[in-house]
Design a protein around this ligand. Structure first.
Ligand code: SF4
Length: 354
């Protein structure tokens, strides 16, 4: 154990990861800090923080620290007669021998990850693809060498970064071991993208998404129902569907717009320049969007923000990370939406369905 105490210093973990990335059983590895763009007007994630690149050496030291904890746990498991299985008893005995780990979030993350098979890892923070290609490839190759049990490594990326990256670089990153990208599309409407300062155009979304798919990545695109309010809902729905049809990603994931206090979007609401959709109006927008989708992707509502209820009071949509398969399950999704719309009474004032 003494070797572990010296070797396994604490290591960095960022705040955010997508819910679909293994829950608490994913290894989180921070390759950059915060967001290099940081200007989206609906976002509070990294607002007070400065973007920083972490050196490959520092990230590799973190990987070594994870490895040292894993080796310590597995060695102890064999000593205790559990044949390498990292179970509750192994964890308790480990903490008895090295109590300095007992308040380390990083230790418990590694424990959960290891005891659930050490299969998935997520590279933090908001846009790992901003790293120089060689830098990212070096980290990925090191990670894959250290942990051959990994079945999936994923990260966040921005469309504009993907659109600018040479196809050969994207291919090299994918081949070095990055399997899936999570991209915040939010909307495919140029006017709304500009209004919320997303820092990219619909064309960037399409080019970036198509290049990611062509390089071999699995692609998850996140869109934001309600983002355009009553003023822009129709263009938001139609153009988001159009862009997603052109990309044809593997997954789309709904993250309904809410309004964090103190953001420029909240100030716009106070000035009367934005009128929020009611849950029912969001359903009408959702219906138009779903009707307009012609792609072959999975449509997911895998987040607590998808709060629409069915007539029995349960959640309207499955919150499965694999979602609904389109086009096969599109009629089912439309039936669900239609059922929920019919529960509501009169359309709210000022909302006109065309
Ligand atoms: S790119 Fe993502 S993390 Fe960065 S400001 Fe926009 S929404 Fe927030």
């Amino acid at each position: 154990m003494a070797g572990i105490e010296k070797e396994a210093k604490d290591f960095e973990i960022g705040m955010y990861r997508p819910p679909s990335e293994g829950g608490s059983s994913s290894l989180l590895l921070r390759v950059t800090r915060n967001c290099p763009w940081n200007r989206c007007e609906f976002c509070v994630m990294y607002k007070t923080e400065k973007f920083e690149v972490r050196s490959a050496e520092d990230v590799k030291k973190d990987i070594d620290a994870v490895d040292a904890i894993c080796r310590g746990l597995i060695t102890l498991s064999w000593k205790l007669g559990h044949q390498g299985d990292v179970n509750r008893e192994v964890a308790i005995r480990f903490l008895e021998r090295t109590p300095e780990f007992s308040d380390r979030h990083s230790f418990f993350m590694v424990l959960n990850w290891l005891s659930s098979g050490a299969k998935t890892a997520f590279l933090q923070d908001a846009n790992s693809l901003i790293l120089k290609t060689d830098h990212l490839v070096e980290i990925l190759q090191y990670l894959r060498r250290k942990f051959p049990s990994l079945e999936r490594v994923t990260s966040y990326a921005r469309s504009r970064t993907l659109a600018r990256k040479p196809p050969e670089d994207l291919k090299n990153i994918h081949e070095a071991g990055l399997d899936r990208l999570h991209v915040g599309l939010e909307t495919g409407d140029d006017e709304l993208l500009s209004l919320v300062r997303k820092g990219c155009t619909a064309e960037d979304h399409v080019r970036g998404g198509q290049k990611a798919v062509a390089a071999g990545f699995q692609l998850s695109e996140y869109w934001m129902p309600g983002l355009g309010g009553k003023e822009m809902w129709e263009n938001h729905a139609r153009n988001t569907a159009r862009v997603l049809n052109e990309i044809n990603p593997h997954y789309i994931r709904s993250r309904p717009f809410n309004l964090p206090p103190g953001t420029p979007m909240a100030e716009r609401l106070q000035r009367g320049q934005l009128t929020l959709l009611s849950p029912r109006e969001q359903l009408l927008e959702l219906k138009l969007m779903m009707e307009s989708l012609t792609f072959t992707s999975r449509v997911c509502f895998d987040h607590a923000g998808n709060y629409w209820r069915n007539k029995r009071g349960g959640l309207l949509f499955s919150q499965s990370y694999e979602g609904y398969r389109f086009p096969e399950q599109k009629p089912h999704v439309l039936d669900l939406i239609e059922e929920d719309i019919s529960l509501a009474q009169v359309p709210p004032m000022g909302f006109v369905m065309r």
